[in-house]
Write a protein of this length. Sequence first.
Length: 385
Amino acid sequence: MHDVNHIVRYSFPTAIYFGAKARNLLPDQLRVNHVRRPLVVTDAGLAKLPVFSSFLDVLQRDHLSPAAFSGIYGNPTLSQVAQGVQAYRAHNADAIVAIGGGAAMDVAKAIGLLAHHPGHLFDYEDGKADARPFDQPIPYLVALPTTSGTGSEVGRSTVISDDQTKVKKIIFDPCLLPKLVLADPELTLELPAHVTAATGMDALSHLLESFIAKGFHPICEGIALEGISIVARYLPKCVDASARDLHARGMMMNAAMMGAIAFQKGLGVTHSCAHALSTVCDLHHGLANGIMLPHAMTFNLPHVEEKFKRVSKMIDVGHGKAEDVIDWLRDLQAACQVPTLLREVGVKQSHLKDLVHYATIDTCHLSNPITVTSSDFEAIFKQAI
């Protein structure tokens, strides 16, 4: 077992320092990369906590000149990115430090893109026929995750919502990958249990969906399968906030990064449902995935029985049957106090038409192991509501 108090360095796909107090390496890493004026990007909630002010104090004591941008709340939006770009330019910043969950990471990446690239953020949307090229410098970007969910710290994309339509847009390019990750499990200790649970279920949704996604990618499948095993062992221990189990929290940080690496292979129906729920009901992405996962996997079950049997054996639940995975997901929801139905979080039958529409036009389900139609989405949502 790795001693979480011993910081280790590994690169996959970017440079990662993992271990308790890894955050303290930041000033030296900035100086080595000739950074003097970093813009520190975080969310509005974290910015109010003592850990954030002490984080800025450390940078200042090391003769750096940081500025903070904390105008991030809920699902990241285009207007938040625009405000962040203004803050970057006003500070005459020379790097970006993202500290927080997936929202802070996504906004930080988008700020980095627009710091020197012309035009509108959505001009760079992935898959757009006339998309602008990524041909200008991207500021040095360091990521310090405070949640174990999206794995955005090792991702090459950013997902930003249009303020008016609420539709999520994906911007993708390898240049958006942070140059350095400081994965410090101590940064997750003060998270409320429900946030730990929702972000952990988000990580699991990445791992499970990538494992069963159609296509050939044994590397991603191997990473996903081990990541699922880590979640099974450690997520309930992390949700028990009283335990303050640094080893468990560190392992979940790794599981989150593994999920983000694995879903290079693709995602599926769960994420299309979750994106629709964020668009229509402004539901937290991780919570949406956590609620939808058993319902979506029940839909997929007849078409992925052999893979589900492998998952069942890997996490040692039930009798090695495919159906045991669904039972385990529901048991995990209960253990982590994640709602099992959408009506528990305010989703109503009146939302159904819009949910089906946005899920259908979402691209994630294109890599689902079976084709998903609008009528399929309607059935899945009805079951979940």
